[in-house]
Design a protein around this ligand. Structure first.
Ligand code: SF4
Length: 469
């Protein structure tokens, strides 16, 4: 039985309301456990001997429906799986799909190193954070254990990213694992043919393993066998076929697996799922077409239950849509994406620089900030606390008001007389109806800016500095 209400969880807590967890009551803490914003270890009394039994019970009763697995070690270690719901709006999805990009053991060493660096260093700034990729999948093409081990060693020396070691030959896998046995690599893959030897490797080296079969009954049978042997850190690859009826069937297998894990409580296959969009390269030979179809496959399985995937194309037109889609799907729908309210400097504002208002909805804030900084407009940019709601909706809903705007400057100790020579605020065009109220509340002159920040440079040319009254 999985606990899914604060009241159910409360029964297992010490119920002494000591507030050591940072919450005023055990019930409040229980609510945080349910939404996973806190963990059991945040309650010190629960860790004492007298509550040990309840702690152990809670550990299992709060465990996610889909097993969570860690790949790699250190700061770049990656958690996959760990979801509780089939649909994001029911709670949220927790661990974003891990993207692994391939290298292979027949690459010349300089190319191998260059590609690994490219994978490791990829980052794209978006809404206040960097979007990155997560792993390197080392594929054995040569069939030669020594050569594979050499490639794994070179990759491991070049990056801190977790590794996936890819071969169906257990002796090749063993040679690769031996090189990075302290780095918790993911082993790809155990099949109907090699499962006994791969299971032995998993037990000996205590590494997570991918099980591969496009036949769900056989995949389940493999999972059951590994579980009975005590190997639980498993990932399921039900096959990713790139086109036609087989693609439809691949999609259906992903859905069946996740439904079985979450809705039907089939614990043996309540495991993270791997997609391999790289398979598009088996069908399409030119770079643009293969990258395009690889991105299509990646998109399908980011949306539907791919917890980890192996990809090839590092072209920006392939990677950018993938990282952006993943970011969107794994944004917590319970919390608006917002920035800390306050008055921030863009560039190096002087006393004659404009003071511009926006809201603390992250997408709006960073769009405005980017438009200002890329046009080299030095200014102050005030993010008003609208609970993460954009300008137009927050004006309509009453979250963006003259009082909130005044409050933003007061809390930031922003004194217009000291910081500016113009005593002027610029409101977004979509908040024009607040002009009179803001003038009354702040005593400042209020100008109405353009309705979108892309037009600020043109607006500045005509309206800044403000004309004397
Ligand atoms: S620390 Fe534990 S016992 Fe104390 S209030 Fe929080 S949940 Fe309750």
């Amino acid at each position: 039985m999985k606990l899914n209400s604060p009241l159910q969880v409360y029964k297992y807590l010490p119920q002494i309301n000591c507030a050591e967890c940072g919450d005023p009551t055990c019930m409040a803490f229980a609510a945080h456990l349910i939404d996973r914003s806190k963990k059991l270890e945040d309650c010190p009394p629960l860790l004492k001997d007298e509550f040990k039994k309840k702690y152990m019970e809670l550990l299992s009763l709060l465990a996610p429906e889909i097993r969570q697995i860690i790949i790699g070690v250190g700061e770049r270690a990656k958690k996959i799986g760990g979801d509780d719901v089939q649909y994001r709006h029911q709670l949220t999805f927790f661990n974003p799909t891990a993207f692994a990009y391939d290298v292979w053991d027949t690459m010349p060493e300089s190319e191998l190193v260059e590609r690994v660096k490219r994978i490791s260093n990829f980052k794209k700034f978006y809404v206040g954070k960097f979007l990155k990729v997560d792993m390197v999948a080392v594929r054995c093409i040569s069939g030669d254990s020594l050569r594979f081990a050499g490639a794994v060693k070179k990759v491991s020396e070049t990056t801190e990213l977790p590794l996936i070691l890819c071969s169906y030959d257990p002796s090749v896998l063993k040679a690769g694992i031996e090189v990075v046995k302290d780095k918790n690599p993911l082993v790809y893959a155990a099949t109907e043919q090699n499962w006994g030897e791969v299971a032995e490797l998993a037990m000996n080296y205590k590494v997570p393993v991918v099980l591969f079969s496009s036949n769900l009954d056989k995949l389940k049978s493999l999972a059951l066998t590994f579980m009975e042997m005590g190997i639980k850190d498993l990932v399921l690859d039900p096959g990713t076929f790139p086109q036609g009826k087989q693609l439809k069937e691949s999609f259906e297998r992903f859905i069946k697996l996740r439904r079985a894990g979450i809705k039907e409580g089939q614990k043996d296959i309540a495991l993270p799922i791997m997609a391999v969009p790289l398979n598009a390269w088996l069908v399409y030979k030119d770079t643009v077409t293969a990258s395009y179809w690889e991105t299509v496959l990646a998109s399908v399985f980011i949306v539907k239950y791919g917890d980890i995937m192996i990809l090839h194309s590092l072209e920006p037109y392939a990677v950018l849509p993938e990282v952006h889609l993943r970011d969107t799907i794994y944004t917590d729908p319970r919390t608006p994406v917002k920035v800390t309210p306050g008055v921030n400097e863009v560039g190096t504002p002087a006393k004659d620089s404009p003071v511009i208002i926006t809201t603390n909805f992250a997408l709006t804030y960073y769009t405005v900030e980017s438009d200002l900084s890329s046009n080299k407009i030095n200014c102050y940019l005030a993010a008003v606390d609208t609970d993460g709601i954009g300008v137009e909706a927050s004006v309509a809903g009453g979250q963006l008001t003259s009082a909130k705007i005044k409050d933003t400057f007061q809390k930031a100790n922003f004194d217009f007389k000291e910081k500016t020579t113009h005593n002027t605020l610029i409101l977004p065009g979509l908040a024009a109806r607040l002009q009179g109220d803001v003038e009354d509340a702040t005593g400042l002159r209020v100008l109405i800016g353009p309705p979108d920040s892309g037009r600020i440079p043109g607006w500045m040319e005509k309206n800044w500095p403000p004309k004397q009254k």
